[in-house]
Design a protein around this ligand. Structure first.
Ligand SMILES: Nc1ncnc2c1ncn2[C@@H]1O[C@H](COP(=O)(O)OP(=O)(O)OP(=O)(O)O)[C@@H](O)[C@H]1O
Ligand SMILES: [Mg+2]
Length: 244
C-alpha cells in the first residue's frame, strides 16, 4: 500500500531523513518510535507531502511521486488526499460544531452536497463515539472528544492511509484510552496506518510492525514482541530502557 524508496529530507545542512526505505502492506499498522528529533514527524509529514522530500519516491495505493524530479503542485494535492493525518494538536475550526468540522472538507474540497456530507459526518461521529456531541463546538468538548472529531474529519475524506503523529500526547491520561480505542477499531477494520506514539501498550497490542528511527535512519524494525523483548541494536535498547 505504501512504498518509500530512498527518501531524503534536509533542512539546510541538517539531514533529517537519510535514505529511508519502507513498505507498509495494505491493512497493516506500523508504529514508529525513536528519540526526540530523530525524524518521526518529518517522515510522516513527507508521506502526506506537508514537507517536500529532497529525493526518493513515495507510492501510495499505486500512485507514485518521484522527488528526484520536479513534482507539480497539482500532483502533490492529489497525492495528499490519499492520506488522512491526525496531529497532537487537533486544529479544529473553533467556529464550527463537531459536525461542521467533519462536513467542511467534504463540501469544500470534495464538492459533496450539504445533505450527503451531513449524513457522512453523523455516521463518522457515531463511529468515534460522539453521536451525542455532534452539535457541540470544540470549546464544549474534552481533549479526547476533540481528537476523536479530528479523526472523524480525516476519515471523512476517505483516505487510503491514516497517519497519526503523537495523537494522544497532549491529552490528560484519563482521556488517552478513548482515542486509542478508536484507533484500535480502525486498525481492526483494516485501515492501513502509520502511527508515531509513545504508547507502548498500544504498539504491543495493535502494531504489526514497530520501527525504531534514530538520526533519520531506520535502525531496527520488527514485530512488537521482537523489538520490545529482544531488541538487537544498542541504540534501540538504550531508547527502550529510558521508557521503562
Ligand atoms: N521545518 C523545519 N525546519 C528546520 N528544521 C526542522 C524542521 N522540522 C524539523 N526540523 C528538525 O528536524 C529534526 C527532526 O525533527 P522531527 O520533528 O521530525 O523529529 P521527531 O522525531 O518528530 O521529534 P519529537 O519526538 O520531538 O516530535 C529535528 O532536528 C528538528 O529540529
Ligand atoms: Mg515529532
Amino acid at each position: 500500500m505504501i512504498t518509500i524508496q530512498g527518501l531524503k529530507k534536509s533542512f539546510g545542512p541538517l539531514e533529517v531523513i537519510n535514505n529511508v526505505d519502507l513498505e507498509i502492506a495494505a491493512g497493516k499498522v506500523v508504529v514508529i518510535i525513536g528519540p526526540s528529533g530523530s525524524g518521526k514527524s518529518t517522515l510522516l509529514r513527507c508521506l502526506n507531502v506537508l514537507e517536500t522530500p529532497n529525493g526518493g519516491s513515495i507510492s501510495i495505493d499505486g500512485q507514485q511521486l518521484d522527488f528526484n524530479q520536479p513534482v507539480s503542485k497539482k500532483a502533490i494535492g492529489a497525492f495528499r488526499r490519499l492520506t488522512g493525518m491526525v496531529f497532537q494538536s487537533y486544529n479544529l475550526f473553533p467556529h464550527l460544531t463537531a459536525k461542521g468540522n467533519v462536513t467542511e472538507g467534504l463540501t469544500t474540497v470534495k464538492g459533496v452536497s450539504k445533505k450527503e456530507a451531513g449524513e457522512t459526518a453523523e455516521q463518522l461521529l457515531a463511529k468515534v463515539g460522539l453521536a451525542d456531541h455532534k452539535e457541540k463546538y470544540p470549546h464544549q468538548l474534552s481533549g479526547g472528544q476533540e481528537q476523536r472529531v479530528a479523526i472523524a474529519r480525516a476519515l471523512a475524506m476517505d483516505p487510503k492511509v491514516m497517519l497519526f503523529d503523537e495523537p494522544t500526547s497532549a491529552l490528560d491520561p484519563e482521556l488517552v484510552n478513548e482515542v486509542l480505542r478508536v484507533m484500535k477499531d480502525l486498525a481492526q477494520e483494516g485501515m492501513t496506518m502509520a502511527v508515531v506514539t509513545h504508547e507502548m501498550r498500544f504498539a504491543r497490542e495493535v502494531a504489526d510492525e514497530v520501527i525504531f528511527i534514530d538520526g533519520g535512519v531506520i535502525v531496527e524494525r520488527g514485530a512488537p514482541a521482537q523489538i520490545f523483548t529482544n531488541p538487537q541494536h544498542e541504540r534501540t535498547k538504550k531508547f527502550l530502557s529510558l521508557l521503562q
